[in-house]
Design a binder for this molecule. Sequence first.
Ligand SMILES: CC(=O)N[C@H](C=O)[C@@H](O)[C@H](O)[C@H](O)COP(=O)(O)O
Length: 254
Amino acid sequence: MTTETTSPPSPRTRPPAAHSREGRAAGSSHPVLEAIRGGLIASAQAYPGEPMRDPRTMDQVAQACVRGGAVAIRAQGLADLELINQHVEVPVIGLWKDGHEGVFITPTLRHAVAVAATGCQIVALDGTRRERPDGLSLARTIEGLREAFPHVLVMADCGSLEDARCAQDAGADLLGTTLAGYTGERPATRGPDLELVDQVAAACQRPLIVEGRVHTPAQAAAAMEHGAWAVVVGTAITHPTTITSWFVQAVAGV
Ligand SMILES: CC(=O)N[C@H](C=O)[C@@H](O)[C@H](O)[C@H](O)COP(=O)(O)O
């Protein structure tokens, strides 16, 4: 029998920030990796021109997600990250989207350093094999970020198995399926790209974050069964415009 409770789950303790003096441990023993293992990460992002595109709003959304049990928050933009890092006790995966085509997720070393400076424990960046706007390789970008912030972890947002392999070789700490279906190498599957999840889980040795089109709890559970270290859900938790449209279409279809 299940009992309902009105008290929210208690947030997990926030591990050391990227720029803290606490050391960067190897592999899965890293406290940040352990903190997110087996958990749900909520991505709180609003897009340019949208009503919720306000750092205070995204900060509130992030805090609400932590109350619901999110083990980490993924968020974008320096202003949002500054606020969220002040107010949540879980790790923050930070990124800076610049543009919306090609390489736009934390596209350069400059962007990555700025994201880390907001206090994020994990910096997410484009982890594809495409040329980066500053001409640096992914390996050099990760190296440069670590020169500035030795303890930051790097999540490589990948679009294919070959991206994931190369990102691992380049030094990424976590591999994400974030860009599967967005780079032309993989089809945009209806739910998460579980075939890619299987491939990366079998071929790579870094924690695999399943992200992208996880729209239902069942899909999140499937991602875990296929080998995810953690699952990121964005739209289905934090984007009311899209969620509303799903219901509108369902009602209209009756
Ligand atoms: C491709 C791209 O730009 N993805 C972005 C990455 O940060 C976000 O727009 C997504 O919302 C996020 O990946 C979560 O995915 P979903 O919203 O599908 O749960």
